[in-house]
Design a protein around this ligand. Structure first.
Ligand code: TYD
Length: 214
């Protein structure tokens, strides 16, 4: 197995409505990194995403949901993430393994420990160099999502999302995680993320924060 790569992998994680899509975009731009996402970044993944989130389809049982998320990741790792890292690029992914552990392990109550081996195997043992948890309280996340059309998982009750948030907070006690308070305004949260990345990983190539304009 070729596990050596020169780039760095950063995962941005959190509950729906935490602001991670905006922050992942800003982070990738500031780092000059490839921006990608889960589920659905490959042609196969796009189909899997439809199966998982379409409200008009029958709901998969929790184990099927976990395995479909893992299948999406397996394809994503081999097709997109690992080739970029081996090419020396930095990669920012909007969700990664932490989401399966938090949503299916904690939220859907399959158990984080039970899923861990499957999740690591599916990712071919490619772990993020840093996972950033953008933490916000569930009611705030709900308010932020109020104007968008909810997908199947977003329609689940608040107690599900509370379990997911708690799941993320437990994961974030592990060594390659950092928790950023997502309640501040967008530029403030971005600055905090940049400081965390610089502190934990340094910055790629000659990039020096914050001399990049815009
Ligand atoms: P995402 O694309 O981040 O949501 P949005 O379209 O609102 O930006 O994620 C879609 C949903 O999939 C979200 O509810 C979280 C869920 N999800 C899991 O349950 N497990 C996983 O492993 C992943 C990657 C996502």
């Amino acid at each position: 197995m070729s596990s050596f790569h020169r780039g760095r992998l950063i995962a941005v994680e959190g509950i729906d409505g935490c602001g991670k899509t905006t922050q992942a975009k800003m982070l990738s731009k500031a780092l000059g990194a490839l921006l990608t996402f889960e589920p659905g970044a490959t042609a196969l993944g796009k189909e899997i995403r439809g199966l998982l989130l379409d409200v008009s389809l029958p709901h998969p049982v929790a184990r099927a949901e976990a395995l479909l998320m893992a299948a999406d990741r397996a394809q994503h790792v081999d097709e997109v993430v690992r080739p970029a890292l081996e090419d020396g690029k930095w990669v920012v992914t909007d969700r990664y393994s932490g989401s399966t552990l938090a949503y299916q392990g904690a939220g859907r109550q399959l158990g984080v420990a039970a899923l861990r081996q499957i999740v690591e195997w599916a990712a071919d043992d490619l772990a993020p160099d840093l996972s950033i948890l953008l933490d916000v309280p569930v009611p705030l996340a709900r308010r932020r999502l109020a104007s968008s059309a909810p997908d199947r998982l977003e329609r689940l009750q608040d107690d599900f999302h509370e379990r997911v948030r708690e799941g993320f907070l437990s994961l974030a006690a592990e060594k390659d995680w950092v928790v950023v308070d997502g309640e501040g305004d967008t530029p403030q949260v971005h600055d905090e993320i940049m400081r965390a990345v610089e502190r934990r990983l340094g910055l790629p190539g000659s990039r020096r924060f914050p001399s990049e304009g815009g």
